[in-house]
Ligand binder design. Structure first.
Ligand code: FAD
Ligand code: SF4
Length: 514
């Protein structure tokens, strides 16, 4: 009798080029499942749950069309036990499987659960690579063995050398002689400039939305069920990549940090969801961008290309390395001992502060905000306010289409909230209204005045900024990268400082009204 192998495919493992699928094998059953344990561990954006489930369904259909055997458990399947592990146990039994196989999960929580499951099954089990990333889980830890910090720049250079990306023929010298073009990638957006219209992937997801409603899955955010516009297949993701390299890459670097009321995407790629569920691979994205630059060097500045490669070969792999090096204690870190709740308007966008209203409103509408909106608007305010990192994490993990813990947690708790005390970021990313006014047009049309520090019209970022530095002086005053903040604060006269701190206190006590 033929033995059966049960292979689990998680919702973020939709990699059709995985070696598992290189040949059709009748003895293999592929299992995909929509489960409450995944929909409910945090309150997700409705577009995120729909996006994952719809992409999984399309992937299953494609496998079937290629001749593979697939067992797909929908959320309302009567056989569905609603956790990954219980379903796997049930399917192992049902198929009389002689072997259970799964791909390395990217989340600590799922990794633990599947390791325990594998250890408890009375059959052979095997965990294989997801064949997606450009570094091993423990590569960062090995590279920095014996060091106190993990320097992203050093990791990035090691990855450039390892993969021969943007390197001279000797393999050690960066193309152009320079590794880093960050300084060139911080321009202000000229008035009226917008990103090009992107390709559309519109599909009707009403049945899935209705299913989530029937099942009572708690979600946040908004969705147009007949107009769902995320790429959900490899072909669609490649189309988005093509659009990006043709239309957006030339200005990607220049306006990487810019923010606009009229355009929430500007020249960003919007590829993170496709990458994170593995419809496309980081290497092919990088290679496609490099090939376009090689074909049209006069159209694509090297600084734009390097800025883009840095995000994927550098930051994306780096945060994954930090995650695996530091979990599970990483998710409990709270360097500043912050305890405040996040204001209720993080879930509604109903605040008078224009920058926050826009960044949150856009996130609720599209499950997307670009990096600087996440870091310098929503993250900045949460940190200045002293929000508990658990609350901040739950919000980021829920609201973004691309949010999976391995990438969300080091970005949020580390880079944005400095709750890790400097493992990811070398200093806290905080700013007053000054930065937001320089890098965005949000302050135009805001009822608050970015120049005032206190008083009814004063921008709340200003008083909170100084209050942050004042209350954390013991931790930050001697920090080598803080720069001018403390000398400026010390030079202000005492009554000015007093007014600022009193105003900050009023904001903290009444934040729901701002
Ligand atoms: P682009 O600007 O076009 O960048 C290209 C690609 O580079 C992205 O698709 C992404 O894969 C990668 N990338 C860029 N920056 C980072 C970074 N800091 N870390 C990892 N990858 C990066 N990214 C996620 O994928 N999931 C998250 O849950 C997530 N949470 C974040 C939370 C906070 C507080 C912050 C500050 C950033 C977070 N990021 C997260 C990183 C970044 O904001 C998003 O990857 C990016 O905005 C996605 O949009 P894009 O594809 O248009 O990016
Ligand atoms: Fe944001 Fe302050 Fe500018 Fe208003 S004035 S948009 S609150 S930075």
């Amino acid at each position: 009798m033929q033995t059966t192998i049960l292979r689990l495919i998680l919702g973020d493992q939709l990699n059709e080029r995985h070696s598992w699928f290189s040949q059709v094998d009748d003895s293999v059953v592929y299992a995909l499942m929509e489960v409450r344990s995944e929909t409910d561990y945090v309150r997700h954006h409705v577009q995120k749950v729909v996006g994952f489930f719809q992409a999984m369904r399309l992937f299953a259909e494609q496998l079937r069309a290629q001749g593979h055997r697939v067992h797909y458990l929908t959320l309302d399947d009567p056989d569905n036990r609603q956790t990954l592990t219980d379903n796997c146990r049930m399917l192992v039994e049902r198929y009389g499987a002689a072997r259970f196989e799964y791909q390395e999960p990217d989340e600590y929580r799922v990794d633990e659960a599947l390791r325990l499951l594998a250890a408890s099954l009375p059959i052979e089990t095997r965990c294989v690579s997801s064949e997606h990333f450009l570094s091993e889980r423990d590569e960062l830890k090995r590279l920095f063995s014996g060091k106190r910090t993990y320097l992203m720049e050093r990791f990035y250079r090691a990855m450039r050398e390892k993969w021969g990306v943007l390197m001279e023929a000797d393999g050690r010298t960066p193309l152009t002689g320079r590794w880093n073009y960050d300084a060139e990638n911080r321009k202000r957006l000229p008035p009226g400039l917008r990103g090009p219209a992107g390709p559309s992937f519109v599909r009707d997801v009403s049945p899935l939305v209705a299913l989530l409603e029937r099942a009572g899955v708690p979600t946040m955010g908004r969705i147009h069920p007949k107009h769902f516009d995320w790429p959900l297949t490899r072909a669609e993701s490649l189309r988005l990549l093509e659009h990006f390299v043709q239309e957006r890459l030339p200005l990607y670097g220049d306006y990487q940090d810019a923010m606009s009321q009229a355009d929430g995407w500007l020249f960003h790629s919007r590829l993170s969801f496709s990458l994170n569920i593995k419809l496309i691979s980081p290497l092919e994205v990088i290679q496609r961008a490099v090939a376009e630059w090689q074909a049209q060097p006069e159209r694509i500045p090297f600084s734009a290309l390097e800025g883009f490669v840095r995000q994927i070969l550098g930051w994306r792999e780096y945060v994954r390395g930090v995650y695996w090096a530091e979990m599970p204690h990483y998710r409990t870190l709270n360097f500043f001992e912050h305890t405040a709740p996040l204001p209720e308007w993080y879930w509604t966008g109903q605040t008078r502060m224009n920058c926050l209203r826009h960044a949150i409103g856009q996130s609720l509408d599209h499950a997307y905000a670009h990096h600087i909106q996440r870091l310098m608007v929503t993250g900045n305010f949460a940190l200045l306010l002293g929000a508990h990192p658990d609350e901040v994490d739950a919000w980021y993990l829920g609201i973004y289409q691309d949010a999976i813990e391995w990438v969300e947690l080091p970005n949020t708790r580390g880079m944005s909230q400095f709750a890790d005390g400097g493992i990811v970021g070398t200093k806290p990313y905080v700013s007053s209204a000054n930065y937001l006014q320089r890098m965005s047009d949000y302050c135009k049309g805001c009822p608050y005045d970015p120049k005032q520090r206190y008083g009814p019209r004063a921008c709340p970022f200003n008083a909170l900024y100084w209050d942050f530095y004042d209350r954390h002086a013991d931790r930050l005053r001697n920090h080598p990268r803080i720069g001018m903040a403390y000398p400026l604060w010390d030079r202000m006269d005492g009554s000015e400082r007093q007014r600022i701190l009193e105003h900050a206190q009023r904001i903290k006590e009444n934040v729901s009204r701002y």
